[in-house]
Write a new protein. Sequence first.
Length: 329
Amino acid sequence: MASQKLVEPQNGATVERFARDLDALIDPQAPIGIAVSGGPDSLALLLLAAAARPGLIEAATVDHALRAGSRGEAEMVAGVCERLGVPHRILTVEWQSPPESAFQERARIERYKLLGVWAKAGGLHAIATAHHLDDQAETFIMRLIRGSGVRGLAGMLRLVRAPGGDIALLRPLLGWRRVELEQVCADFGVTPAADPSNEDERFERVRVRRALAGSDWLDSRAVAQSATNLAEADAALRWATTQAWNRAVKEGDGTIVFDPADTPREIRRRLVLRSIAKLATEGQGADLRGRELDRVLAALASGGKATVRGVLCSGGKEWRFTKAPPRKS
C-alpha cells in the first residue's frame, strides 16, 4: 500500500460531477469531514472530495476493533490521506464488552458517536459518507422483505442529521453506482482494502447484493428511485403527523392524550411513536421496532394497556401515555 502513487485522472468530468453533487448539499467553502473505511466506496469519496475541495476536508477512519486487519486498513487510509495532504484521524471504538449479536448495528451506533465528537471538535460543518445508489437499492429490498411500511421503505436522504448527534450528515454519492466508484479508485491509482465481511453470506446485505447482481430484470437504479419517491412520501406523512399533533394532542404534567377517532391508521402509528419517544426513559432514543409498535397499537385499539420504553400506554376512547412506575427490583 505504501508504494501506491496517487495520480490525477485524465478526465476531470468525474470530479466536476462530484463537485456539483456536493455543492448542492453544503456551501462550497464549508469545511467537512469524510468518513473513510478503506473500501472502494469511501476511498472514492475521499479522492473526489480532496480533488473538488482542496484544503477544506479532513478524514477519519473508525477502527471498530472487531476483526484482525482493521487497524492495518485504517493505517492504509492514513497513508493515502498523507499523500493527498488531507488531515486524518483513526478513531478506535473502546468496547466495554464486544457485541455477540447485532454487531453491525452496534458498530454503526459507535461509529457515528465517534465521528460526531471528532467533527464537532474539529469545527467541521458536516460529515460526508459514501452511501451510494446500490446501497439505496439493497436497503430497499431488505426492508421490503421484512414487510416495512412507508417509513421503513423510505430511502436514505442526501442531507440529514447524523444519528445520535446534531451535525449534518451528507450523502453526495446517492446518484453514483458502485462500479463507478471502483473506477474512481482505479483512475487515481489507489487499491482499496478488501473487507471479508463483504463476501460473507451470513449477512443479509451480502445475499441481497448478490441477488441484485444476478438478476437481469431488477434494475437497481429503478429500485433506488422508488426508495427516493417513498422518502418524499414519508416527508409528507411527517408533515401531516405534525398537523395532527398540533390539532388533536394534549400535553401536560408528563401525560400525552389524543383521540384516535377519524385519524388514518398511518398517522395514528406515527402519533403513538412520537408520544412514546417524548416520554421514553429506556431504549437510548432508538425507535420502536415494527413488532413492538404493532403490539402497542393492538393493545390500545382493544382498550387495553401496554408498557414499552418506560411508557405506560392506555387505550379507550382517548389514548393516554404516561411514564410507567419504576420497576420493582
